[in-house]
Design a protein around this ligand. Structure first.
Ligand code: NAI
Length: 336
């Protein structure tokens, strides 16, 4: 099938082309993000392959449908950037990669925890500057700490497995309890109790209308003083202004972010020769106890290989008989 691959980075090309030896789709790569301005470049492609920051709102989907596109192939798990109601109305099919080594994201989240806890990001710079003083680098042990996991799906469960090994007390909140988490001794509690009891809160739920700004001023108020907050899910789960207030008042002890609400204008590009225009993001960077990575939780060789394989399988399944087990349907949307 003729596939327009949007937001294509060199690594996307490398892994998709390698996997495509077994599929033989006609892949055409576009550097640009898909949006209202760029939709015309993919005119005439029956399949359009997109990533987390491509915009697929109703207007873009209407244009794609009118231009002859029939399939949106997401090369990610989250589908918050696609208006699924509009796609369904237009007869556009949407497929995603629901699972690709959840350990990639889970390990990255735990990496953020360990770095913040032991101030590794600060220690790295100090030692390079010949400063071997330890003042300000006092950490704490993860063993015995209470970690609250919001969302115990594939990634949240992988986080639970890892932190179980660290000897943490694990509590969680998820409308669907995970058998594996229960076996690990994870205690499911209401969100208020999770906030009240957790030394570390780590977010692994999808972004949807229910979870948009889940972490707001009120949620932060309910958390323990000096709480560590980790977000590797989607930026919109946190109200960034409320987060900054929480950091300024020292209610929040430290923050590890792999995602950011307005990341679409920043992440996945080298902007090192430009003045960053996002003042909220720049304010976040001024805090020494904030560690930000540019949405790289998924970025391992294992995950990229698996993403490429499943994305192309989805396209083949759709092309062969119009059925795809990884289709994003209205039922899936309603199920959260
Ligand atoms: P999943 O679908 O396996 O698990 C999500 C879990 O969240 C489900 O168990 C669901 O019941 C739960 N949930 C839904 N609403 C909730 C709520 N209001 N409160 C608590 N729990 C709720 O998804 P998976 O694979 O674990 O991924 C989680 C999220 O991580 C994705 O939606 C995506 O946004 C993000 N992600 C980030 C990546 C990165 O590179 N940083 C890469 C892959 C995914």
């Amino acid at each position: 099938m003729k596939v327009a691959v949007c937001s294509a980075q060199s690594y996307d090309r490398e892994f998709l082309l390698a996997a495509n030896r077994d599929f033989e789709h006609e892949l055409v790569f576009f550097d640009s993000r898909l949006s209202g301005e760029t939709r015309q470049v993919v005119a005439g492609f029956p399949a359009v392959c997109v990533f987390v920051n491509d915009t697929l709102d109703a207007a873009v989907l209407e244009a794609l449908a009118a231009q002859g596109t029939r399939l949106i192939a997401l090369r990610c798990a989250g589908f918050n950037n696609v208006d699924i109601h509009a796609a369904s109305r237009l007869g556009l099919r949407v497929a995603r990669v629901p699972a690709y080594s959840p350990y990639s994201v889970a390990e990255h989240g735990v990496g953020l925890m360990l770095s913040l806890d032991r101030h590794l990001h600060q220690a790295y710079n100090r030692v390079r500057n010949g400063n071997f003083a330890l003042h300000g680098l006092l950490g704490f042990e993860l063993r015995g700490r209470t970690v609250g996991i919001v969302g115990t799906g594939r990634i949240g469960t992988a986080v639970a497995r890892i932190l179980h090994g660290f000897g943490c007390r694990l509590i969680a909140c998820d409308p669907q309890q995970s058998d594996e988490c229960l076996r690990l001794g994870v205690e499911y509690v209401p969100l208020e109790k999770l906030y009240a009891d957790s030394d570390i809160v780590t977010l692994h739920c999808p972004l949807n209308p229910q979870t948009h700004h889940l972490i707001d001023t009120e949620a932060i108020r309910r958390m323990k003083p000096r709480v560590m907050l980790i977000n590797t899910s989607r930026g919109g789960v946190i109200d960034t202004e409320a987060l900054i207030e929480g950091l300024k008042s020292s209610k929040i002890g430290c923050v590890g972010l792999d995602v950011y609400e307005q990341e679409g204008d920043l992440f996945f590009q080298d902007l090192s020769d430009q003045v960053i225009q996002d003042d909220v993001f720049e304010r976040l960077l001024t805090f020494p106890n904030v560690l930000i990575t540019g949405h790289q939780g998924f970025f391992t060789a294992e995950a990229l290989s698996s993403i490429a394989q499943t994305t192309l399988q989805n396209i083949t399944a759709f092309e062969r008989d119009g059925l795809c087990e990884n289709e994003v349907t209205l039922e899936l949307l309603q199920g959260g």
